[in-house]
Design a protein around this ligand. Structure first.
Ligand code: 5GP
Length: 116
């Protein structure tokens, strides 16, 4: 069986390509989005590549999803004023381009146009 191509996030986690990493634990990593849609736009990414969407993660590992949410709050407090929007795109037609579950943390002065 051939394994699927690693996603861009797996390559960032493996340090094969650079990213502006702002937070890392054993289970997740957070870095700045390369094409920010808000003054602060961070991605919080579980290291496991097993789950493509937030619903899959919620069903299989709710504790890890809770870590993602807690990390988003922490980062919004340390990188902005603590107010933030948390976005999980699920499915191509909804704008998902990387099929490795991730949370967009949008903060630092949001307006109507800053949906990731
Ligand atoms: P999605 O569209 O799947 O919800 O979000 C994927 C996000 O990953 C996009 O906002 C996109 O800008 C970001 N992204 C794609 N490639 C890279 C990359 O190589 N480095 C970083 N830091 N972000 C990336």
């Amino acid at each position: 069986m051939t394994s699927p191509e690693p996603t861009i996030f797996e390559r960032i986690i493996a340090r094969e390509i650079p990213a502006d990493i702002v937070h890392e634990t054993e289970t997740l990593i957070a870095f700045r989005d390369i094409a920010p849609q808000a003054p602060v736009h961070l991605l919080v990414v579980p290291k496991t590549a097993e789950y493509a969407t937030v619903a899959e993660l919620a069903e299989a590992d709710p504790a890890l999803l809770a870590e993602v949410v807690a990390t988003a709050k922490l980062l919004a407090e340390t990188h902005a004023d603590g107010h933030y929007r948390l976005v999980f795109n699920s499915g191509e037609a909804a704008g998902q381009t990387v099929f490795h579950v991730h949370a967009h943390v949008l903060a630092g002065g949001l307006d109507e146009g800053s949906l990731a």
